[in-house]
Ligand binder design. Sequence first.
Ligand SMILES: N[C@@H](CCC(=O)N[C@@H](CS)C(=O)NCC(=O)O)C(=O)O
Length: 222
Amino acid sequence: MASFILHIGNKNYSSWSFRGWLACRLAGIDFEERLIPLDRPETAAAIAAVSPNKRVPCLEHGSVRVWDTLAIAEYLNELRPDAAMWPESPAARAMARSLAAEMHSGFMGIRNRCPMDIRGSVSVPNPPVEVAADLARLDAAWATARTTFGAAGPYLFGRWTLADVFFAPAASRCRTYGLPLGAAAAAYVEAVLSHADVEAWSAAALKEPWRIPHEDAAEQPF
Ligand SMILES: N[C@@H](CCC(=O)N[C@@H](CS)C(=O)NCC(=O)O)C(=O)O
């Protein structure tokens, strides 16, 4: 039995579970995933039984419970220093942590208006102002990381790190909603969506039977 258990929500809809799962993959741990379908009568009790804050993802490691994706990322980074989950240099690491924290606490326009729906596909070429503002910030943030630290590869800090993990659901939303992006941001989104772990999660999302209509891209009022 794996010593780590990651409790997650639906792969199609749960953007935080997506980040937690990608962090476990980046850490290189052997983990069992336990999926709790969201938005059903039994969901709240099922999550409360495994997660102190009644949210997923929650990582179980022996008697240790780690909830919230930032805490999961930092816990795994401490346990697995060889996985180099953050960039090497303090300056790059500071930027990577700032970006992950910014994603964690911000981008409410895109998060509220464009729920993650991996299997969805719509076209929103003229997004509402709050989504457009978030896209402009994503474009600038990604460009700063890429031009300052990204020369060695296609990701924000060259190789795949936790910073990319935190933006993976944003990249997925860019594809689902056909959001307008500059060339550099579009290339970064493509690189993220082509990462093997992102492809594996997305493929599993496509096979899920559950639907949450109010979270579907096609149901959003654009
Ligand atoms: N800040 C938390 C957010 C976790 C969160 O909001 N998770 C959602 C799913 S994406 C959840 O558990 N919702 C509970 C429910 O739908 O009943 C984190 O970083 O993990």
